[in-house]
Design a protein around this ligand. Structure first.
Ligand SMILES: Cc1cc2nc3c(=O)[nH]c(=O)nc-3n(C[C@H](O)[C@H](O)[C@H](O)COP(=O)(O)OP(=O)(O)OC[C@H]3O[C@@H](n4cnc5c(N)ncnc54)[C@H](O)[C@@H]3O)c2cc1C
Length: 440
């Protein structure tokens, strides 16, 4: 199934007229009702609906890079986002079913036992997520329709002025190419959703998936300044643009700490509680009221970095996780257990790195410049394989986003896009200490 919204939705409309649609919406990084093309399509074409989010038990097992997929801070933000969405859905007479099971295992079962004939999913920039989507399709009858739509990026694939295979090799070229392209404005929330598909609760398999372990609910013990959910994301959007902070963004965005030095939209964007289009709409409104300057425009520039990495993830698939990245050149680094452990536990010889890692460990967030510093330290000072750092960020960051995270790590390791750097921080190897000294 193509990810092109226009094409998949047009196809789904043609089929819709002929049948009664019992839809299943498998949620991922699209935890919102507003500006969500999938909910809009469901409202128009489905007669019944089941909404599911799968928490995969594998997420809590160690990976090959000695980190979990999902740490406590991420889990807390995710659960808050899911519960907020469930509450919002209740207003529509709907419910979010959170199942503790691998999607490839439980979704085909749910689809087959509940007479589902159409499945929706947001098109994901992660290779594993896309593989899971394919695996589910292969386990279902061929007359079930699978519809995948873009909800994370500004542009849809057909709106890009090039084929995905021809994605420019550097961010600067990407930015030039899309300069005159247009994306859709953010949309309002749907006013209606179809009634629920009634769950076969006597099904013992389903019962076991619905009763997820008690420890999963313990994350409220953690305190954090960030709170997940669409309403909280919209509140942060409103709060940021109600002030004049955007007029100073470029000047202060590289500060290492401070709530107001950057937008802090990333956790909500990563979980899809906010859309990039909503951010751009709010930014344009701010600029029409208060005027644009270099700083306010720089917010859109950073969102284009995000956009670039998303399409980069779509294009390069598993190369995102390769030691030699997309460049094919292996960095001169290795795996050093003790150095990695010192880095993770904030006990390196570098005070600044330790302070930043402590911040990450305690909150699940770190500023962009902080991330660049600790990543450069792991790669260039401690000479560790960059993938161990990327995997630790994956576990810890509440704004973890597969393409942005692994793309930025590749970039800093010199094996990704634009390896000579476009953001002013990539250092030649003989000046690797400069970054630490400059910030001490
Ligand atoms: C090694 C490393 C790993 C990173 N991992 C992630 C990640 O997993 N998830 C994530 O969202 N960001 C990641 N970033 C990018 C960036 O650090 C965060 O997006 C930013 O710090 C989030 O804070 P903010 O929302 O206040 O950003 P702002 O400075 O206010 O920027 C606004 C938005 O622009 C986007 N953005 C900003 N910087 C970047 C960037 N370098 N690359 C792509 N998009 C950007 C984000 O969506 C951000 O919310 C990483 C950066 C590095 C160096």
């Amino acid at each position: 199934m193509s990810n092109a919204n226009a094409q998949s939705l047009a196809a789904s409309k043609a089929i819709t007229s002929a049948k009664n649609v019992r839809a299943l919406y498998w949620l991922g990084d699209d935890l919102r009702l507003s500006d969500n093309v999938i909910f809009d399509d469901i409202a128009q074409h489905a007669q019944q609906l089941m909404i599911v989010y799968c928490i995969d038990p594998q997420w809590f097992k160690g990976s090959q890079y000695q980190a979990e997929y999902l740490g406590q801070h991420r889990l807390k933000f995710l659960l808050e986002s899911l519960h907020a969405l469930d509450e919002a859905l209740n207003q529509y007479g709907q419910q979010l079913h959170i199942v503790y099971a691998q999607a490839q295992l439980c979704l085909p079962h749910l689809i087959n036992t509940h007479g589902i004939n159409r499945v929706y999913r947001s098109h994901h920039s992660g290779a594993d997520e896309r593989a899971a989507w394919q695996a589910i399709q292969q386990q279902c009858d061929t007359d079930i329709e699978f519809v995948s739509c873009t909800t994370q990026t500004l542009f849809n694939l057909p709106q890009l002025p090039f084929e995905l295979d021809a994605l420019p090799p550097s961010f600067s070229q990407f930015r030039k190419r899309i300069k005159d392209s247009h994306f859709d404005a953010a949309k309002e929330q749907t006013s209606w959703l179809p009634p629920m598909v009634v769950l076969q609760v006597q099904d013992t398999l389903l019962q076991s998936w619905l009763s997820y372990p008690a420890w999963l609910k313990q994350t409220h013990m953690l305190s954090n300044v960030f709170c997940g959910g669409e309403a909280q994301g919209l509140l942060q959007l409103d709060s940021y643009f109600s002030s004049k902070l955007a007029h100073r963004y470029k000047i202060v965005r590289n500060e290492l700490a401070g709530w107001e030095h950057s937008t802090k939209f990333s956790p909500w964007l990563a979980n899809g509680c906010l859309s990039a289009r909503q951010v751009v709409s709010a930014l344009r409104q701010f600029e029409s009221q208060h005027g644009a300057n270099e700083s306010s425009q720089w917010i859109e520039y950073e969102l284009l970095w995000r956009e670039y990495f998303h399409w980069y993830g779509h294009k390069f698939n598993n190369k995102l996780f390769c030691f030699s990245g997309i460049s094919g050149n292996k960095p001169l680094t290795s795996f050093y257990a003790q150095r990695l452990q010192a880095w993770k536990s904030a006990t390196t010889p570098f005070a600044l790195v330790n302070a930043l890692m402590t911040q990450l460990n305690q909150t699940g967030y770190m500023s962009n410049r902080g991330r660049q510093i600790v990543a450069s330290c792991l790669i260039h000072e401690l000479q560790c394989d960059w993938r161990y750092g990327a995997a630790y960020f994956q576990q810890q960051l509440i704004d973890y986003d597969v393409a942005i995270n692994w793309g930025n790590w590749q970039y800093l390791a010199g094996v990704g896009a634009d390896p000579r750097g476009g953001d002013g921080l990539i250092l030649p190897s003989n000046s690797k200490l400069t970054i630490l000294k400059a910030n001490l």
